[in-house]
Design a protein around this ligand. Structure first.
Ligand code: ADP
Ligand code: MG
Length: 286
């Protein structure tokens, strides 16, 4: 059931296939490191992300996934390593002008697990998306409202959701709003940190399908972070397995599932439902 869901080969990046010339990666991380006091949260993490690709980062809770995400976004200063986004090196630290900050935001955006904490409880759906749009793309109010409706439509929401507040929405709908807000900026890279972890399985599947559609339709790449190898296999071409802040293994997601090189990966795979699987209470915090 697990094995036949996806081809085991890594598809070539779309642009490279079409034009016959390889395009530079949209994201390149070399030797990322982050410590908190004596504790090493992330150690020597390197990877590249091609245009149009979905790279998964998978590992148990505490393995350093969110710290990697935060460093990619510049929400956390790294202690060592190099980061290049859309061909431009990002220095480890330094003050940014608001213009530079906006430019970087258009390169990379993030959606977190819990949109409830990242959405303003008092802001309507329409305002959330309109604010993101207004910050980055000056346009007339009427045109902006048209764009907001278009963005909501692209994540499966409708005009009637415009005046609603987060509390009036379901978990899946809130995640769609967070997605629309991120897409408003038209980022080249979208980091999804446990973005479907808090959702029921059927809603999870809807959001994963939506993410796949969006990647088909737009010039966008994903870094898809999850503790769940089954979820990762539904969306990613390639995965990077993290344990204790380090990359222990990486390769085509299908291969990691069917033929893991590490015992740790094998254990992540053990969480994948197989024949005879019966639903049971979740034991792992989402
Ligand atoms: P994951 O997202 O894979 O669950 P995290 O990146 O959140 O892992 O955490 C990796 C490690 O870094 C954990 O041991 C965590 O306790 C630690 N850590 C993360 N953020 C901080 C922080 N702000 N201060 C101290 N330790 C932190
Ligand atoms: Mg995390």
């Amino acid at each position: 059931m697990v094995n036949d869901r996806k081809d085991l080969t890594v598809p070539a990046p779309r642009e490279a296939t079409e034009k016959g010339t390889p395009t530079p990666p949209v994201l390149e991380a070399v030797g990322l490191r982050k410590t908190y006091g004596d504790a090493v949260a992330v150690d020597d993490v390197s990877f590249t992300l091609a245009a149009g690709e979905c790279l998964a980062v998978v590992g148990e809770s505490g393995s350093g996934k969110t710290t990697v995400a935060r460093m990619l976004l510049g929400l956390e200063n790294r202690d060592a390593g190099e980061l290049t986004v859309c061909g431009r090196p990002r220095p480890a630290r330094g003050r940014l002008s608001s213009r530079e900050r906006r430019r970087r935001a258009r390169e990379i955006q993030i959606v977190f697990q819990d949109p409830y904490s990242s959405l303003d409880r008092l802001q309507s759906v329409g305002d959330v998306v309109e604010t993101a749009l207004a910050l980055h793309f000056p346009m007339e109010a009427a045109e902006r409202r048209r764009r907001v409706v278009e963005l909501l439509d692209s994540v499966g929401l409708a005009e009637r959701h415009l005046p609603m507040r987060p509390a009036q929405l379901s978990g899946g709908q809130r995640q769609r709003v967070a997605l629309a807000r991120a897409l408003a900026v038209e980022p080249r890279v979208l980091v999804l940190d446990e973005a479907v972890a808090a959702l029921d399985v059927s809603i999870q599947a809807q959001i994963l399908n939506l993410l796949a559609d969006i990647r088909e339709q737009r010039d966008i790449s994903y870094v898809f972070i999850s503790h769940d190898l089954a979820v990762v296999h539904q969306i990613s071409d390639r995965a990077l397995v993290m344990c204790g802040g380090r990359v222990v293994e990486q390769g085509p997601t299908g291969r990691l599932l069917t033929d893991p090189g590490e015992e740790y990966t094998r254990q992540l795979r053990a969480a994948v439902p197989g024949p005879g699987w019966r639903p049971s209470r979740r034991t792992r915090p989402a």
